[in-house]
Write a protein that binds this ligand. Sequence first.
Ligand code: UT7
Length: 328
Amino acid sequence: MADEKIGIAGTGFYVPEKVLTNADLEKMVDTTDEWILTRTGIKERRIIAPGETVSSMAEIAARQALDSAGVAPEDLDLIIMGTITPDEPLPSAACLLQARLGNTTAASFDISAACCGFIYALEIGQKLMQGGRYRHALIVAAETLSTVTDWEDRDTCVLFGDGAGVAVLSKGCDQGEMLDFYLGADGAYSSLLEIEAGGSACPISHEVLDQRKQYIKMEGNKVFKLAVASMVSSAQHVLEQTGLTSQDVTWLLPHQANLRIMKAVAKRLKIPVEQVYINVDRYGNMSGATVPIGLAEMDHNGILKRGDLILMVAFGGGLTWAASLVRW
Ligand code: UT7
């Protein structure tokens, strides 16, 4: 049936056990708990153990989401993974996740949209389901940013963490209806936030590794200003598209890069800070995984009520931006 509703039938998340605190970082680079907390709002972040990968974290989160949705892994016909830190360049992390789940048929692929990975994947999943034969989709965003962090660079190493978040989309589900999306990008700003090495422009070599080009570099200050403006305008676009206003929003669920960014976005949208879901203090910036982990926490902790309007908004490398409105 072409007009069957598509909704978020279940959510799940996983963060590694190992906690890296600001006090730990004080011993690694020239920084202080006070600087990190006041500039970013981060107190601690999670870091993978040896052997953990994007697909291993995603498997745990996916099984939780499938259980809560009442969907069996073999019933999945679509798996979309937003990640910039796949287990390997080839095959996709989505295919590795599919194999871990024991599914042998679902169309499976990765997308690269950095911190916007989940919202991008969510719209792709919804549109494929609307137009195609798919009935159950796994929408995943998972990152091991610790593997691309320069642990000698205080500008960036205090910011990032690892984790995975998942949503199961099902046809015929009236919970978590995705009302609309607004996605965009401007590649002219690509150099503000990048990992230079490891692709066709700069293959890995001893020289490249010596220059530490395999790690994330960011011009934080410039990104900060663009982040606030882009998240606000993406949110406004998606509200306008649906004929809703920020007063209708029950929860603002922003990408968790920096508490100051989230507060500035909420203020400009006139959404009280009590209605902003925040977990950056516990997990840091996990790129695309922050939004689905926040959604899963809200879902599993009973914070979300049927009918709540959730405004998800993100911004990141690309530069990319994305917003979505979901009626729970
Ligand atoms: O997720 C994708 C999108 N990413 C973002 O949205 C991140 C956006 N950017 C940010 O969140 C912030 O720009 C940062 C948290 C990265 C930095 O905060 P800031 O207020 O923009 O600081 P800054 O880069 O302007 O640096 C201020 C000072 C500098 O010292 P001087 O030049 O003023 O003497 C830095 O060297 O703070 C210094 N600094 C540090 N000091 C202690 C930079 N990193 C650290 C550190 N500890 N870890």
